[in-house]
Design a protein around this ligand. Structure first.
Ligand SMILES: *Cc1c(COP(=O)(O)O)cnc(C)c1O
Length: 226
C-alpha cells in the first residue's frame, strides 16, 4: 500500500489533469471523505497537507475531532442530517453539504454559535429523483436558498449532488449537466456562491468536466472501507 502522502499526491495530480482537460483554469478542491476511517488515518493525511475532511455521521465525527483537536482541520458534514442532530452539527462542523429542507436550515441557524464564523451550507439536490435519497427537488432550490440568506449565522455556498451510482456514464453526464445549470443560475443571484460539490472516487473526472469545484473522495484516497 503506498504511503498516505503518495496517495494524496497521485489523487491531486489526477484532479489537476482532469481540470486542465476540461479547459478550466480555476481550482477544484479535494474533500477527503473519512467516514469509517480512524483518527490516525486522518492524522496521516493531514500530515501530508490535506485539511478538509468529510464525515457522514455526527457522533463519529465528534469522536474523531476530539482525538485530533491539536490539528487545524476543516470538517464537512456530508451525510443525511436528521433534525435531532442539527444542534450538534451546527456546533461541530464548518460546512454542511446535506441541507434539503427549511426546518433543518432554521435549526442550524438557531444553534450556530454567534462566536463562530457563519456555517457554510450547500443545498443537496436529489438530481435523479430517487425515492430513497435525501436532497430536495430541483424546483425547491430557490426557496431554500432564500431561506438560508435570511440567517446571519449561515452562509450559502452552493449545491451538492450524488447522482445515481448505477447509471451509465451518459445518464450521469445528464445529471451533472443539470446540476451545472442549476449552479450557474443560483450563482447569478447570490454573490456568496462558489461551490458545486459533486464527484466521488468512481466519477470525479466526469464531474470536473461539468464544473464541479469540490470533489468528495474516500476510497481512492484511503483505500476500501471496512
Ligand atoms: C462515502 C461518500 C463519498 C465518497 O465515496 P467514495 O466512493 O469512497 O469516494 C462521497 N460523498 C458522499 C455523500 C458519501 O457518502
Amino acid at each position: 500500500m503506498p504511503s498516505p502522502r503518495h496517495r494524496l499526491d497521485a489523487l491531486l495530480q489526477r484532479i489537476n489533469t482532469a481540470t486542465r482537460a476540461a479547459g478550466r483554469s480555476d481550482h477544484v478542491s479535494l474533500l477527503a471523505v473519512s467516514k469509517t476511517q480512524s483518527a490516525d488515518a486522518i492524522r496521516a493525511l493531514a500530515g501530508a497537507g490535506q485539511q478538509a475532511f468529510g464525515e457522514n455521521y455526527v457522533q463519529e465525527a465528534i469522536a474523531k475531532q476530539a482525538a485530533l483537536h491539536d490539528l487545524t482541520l476543516q470538517w464537512h458534514l456530508i451525510g443525511h442530517l436528521q433534525s435531532n442532530k442539527a444542534r450538534e452539527a451546527a456546533q461541530h462542523f464548518d460546512w454542511v453539504h446535506s441541507v434539503d429542507r427549511t426546518s433543518v436550515i432554521d435549526a442550524l441557524a438557531r444553534h450556530r454559535p454567534d462566536t463562530r464564523a457563519p456555517l457554510n451550507l450547500l443545498i443537496q439536490v436529489n438530481i435523479d429523483a430517487e425515492d430513497s435519497k435525501s436532497g430536495c427537488r430541483p424546483e425547491a432550490i430557490d426557496e431554500l436558498a432564500a431561506r438560508i440568506a435570511q440567517h446571519g449565522t449561515l452562509c450559502l455556498r452552493g449545491l451538492m449532488a450524488i447522482p445515481t451510482p448505477e447509471h451509465h456514464p451518459q445518464q450521469r453526464a445528464d445529471s451533472f449537466s443539470r446540476m451545472q445549470q442549476a449552479f450557474v443560475a443560483l450563482r447569478s443571484t447570490y454573490s456568496s456562491i462558489d461551490t458545486l460539490s459533486m464527484g466521488m472516487s468512481a466519477d470525479f473526472e466526469q464531474a470536473i468536466s461539468y464544473g464541479a469545484t469540490m470533489v468528495r473522495i474516500g476510497t481512492a484516497l484511503f483505500g476500501p472501507r471496512e
